[in-house]
Design a protein around this ligand. Sequence first.
Ligand code: IPE
Ligand code: IPE
Ligand code: MG
Length: 261
Amino acid sequence: MTTFSSSTRDIPQVKAVPRHIAIIMDGNGRWAKQRKLPRAAGHKRGVEIVREIVKACVARGVEYLTLFAFSSENWRRPEEEVSMLKQLFIIALEREAEKLHRNGICLRVVGDIAPFGKKITELVARAEQLTRANKSMTLTIAANYGGRWDLMQAMQHLIESRPEQRGGFTEEEFASHLAMAYAPEPDLFIRTGGEQRISNFLLWQLAYSEFYFTDILWPDFDAMALDRAIESYQRRERRFGRTSEQLESAGKAPSQKKALA
Ligand code: IPE
Ligand code: IPE
Ligand code: MG
């Protein structure tokens, strides 16, 4: 398995198109409420938007798209809504796995999915198996995912992998046990729906991501809105602790990059 070195170490190649976009898809409930519809209608429309955004990301050359679909805190919602969301997840997995495969997309699901039950765990395993060799983009769905859960399970696995070692672990060793060790850290983090918080998403990996918040509710988010987020990203200067001048000279003289790292 390839693991990626932390973006906080090297001056990474900052590409015009973010290599990895992570999104908190928020605002489904409010979208439905504005239309006097049940919350379920917002979630259904939300799934349709996922389809559009996946397509747009592939077209733009994004390599990794990660979507927060259900947080470890979302169990606190009314039982009826939780079971509706599970049902939607089942339908999406049944309908979309083949299509993702035909489009060359590799699907990964991160999070503790066992509590969702056998049907979902089996569908996930099947979809992951079917799409595992696909290269056009990796789509990760975070389901019953929490950043703290991820840090804890990584720590647990790290310790189990080296029972004799009592300390002195490196960041790389730790990060290799995170649920998304197969992907580089997100370049661009988007949250729709107006809230400006992480809500226990990728706590470790968002350390140096560029943040973009929009009031647009997820069911209204579209390829144009995605492009606005990418344009905002392109105007940022990612310094990773360095000065602008250091970046400039590294950009002008690529041979200096190594010396700066
Ligand atoms: C995001 O939309 C979807 C999930 C959390 C599953 P919300 O359901 O949180 O929508 P709002 O925030 O209530 O509008
Ligand atoms: C974050 O949205 C989780 C997902 C989008 C899956 P929430 O709507 O659950 O976040 P909070 O509760 O407003 O922080
Ligand atoms: Mg919400």
